[in-house]
Design a protein around this ligand. Structure first.
Ligand SMILES: [Zn+2]
Length: 129
């Protein structure tokens, strides 16, 4: 039996988060065409755990205190006290860049400059809408 969109024929679910292997992975939605070759979907390993859940476990192994110390050393190197901008945050205006800027300013005493550029290449349909 051939599935549409090159989806895996057998539907399985992650034992931790119950996400299925039918979830498209790492490709913009508009590129997900009917006969797309090389389509990738959420990988679920032989233990029944998906890549996202595995990555979540990897994050638990990171020494966050050590990383913050490295960050502080880097920030100390570039921090200015004369009111000039001392770091750049690429920002789309969303919550991620706003949060990063807030933390840089109020937790680490930096004076960040948020920059943006045309982040979206508009599709023909998007422009019509
Ligand atoms: Zn999972």
């Amino acid at each position: 039996m051939n599935s549409k969109f090159n989806l895996p024929n057998k539907v399985i679910f992650c034992n931790k988060c119950v996400m299925s292997n039918q979830r498209p992975s790492s490709i913009p939605e508009f590129k997900h065409t009917f006969n797309r070759k090389g389509a990738k979907y959420l990988n679920i390993n032989s233990n029944g755990i998906c890549d996202a859940c595995n990555q979540s476990e990897v994050k638990k192994m990171i020494d966050w205190k050590k990383r913050e110390k490295k960050l502080l050393n880097l920030l100390d190197k570039y921090r200015k006290s004369n009111g000039d901008y001392d770091c750049i945050v690429p920002g789309s205006g969303g919550k991620d860049s706003a949060y990063q800027s807030h933390i840089l300013k109020y937790k680490y005493g930096m004076n960040p400059l948020l920059i943006t550029w045309p982040q979206i290449l508009y599709t023909e349909n998007g422009l019509k809408n």
